[in-house]
Design a protein. Structure first.
Length: 68
């Protein structure tokens, strides 16, 4: 968070203030790396032998109608 903030702002003790804020912020505490279960190893997906062997589609629904 500090790296993002220092691009836009500066003030004395800013890094310490951000560290204190983040340590007390519940959402930051919940998603902290040490509270997460370890992720597994990356798995290489199967590469198809023939083109069009696997096809995937996403259906996007319930979008608002445009004026055009």
């Amino acid at each position: 968070m500090y790296q993002d903030m220092k691009k836009l702002y500066w003030r004395p003790n800013m890094k310490a203030d951000i560290t204190t804020y983040v340590s007390k912020y519940l959402t930051c505490a919940k998603v902290k790396a040490e509270h997460q279960k370890p992720s597994g190893l990356l798995v290489q997906p199967k590469i198809s032998e023939w083109k069009w062997d696997n096809i995937t589609m996403d259906f996007v629904t319930k979008l608002p109608k445009s004026s055009q």
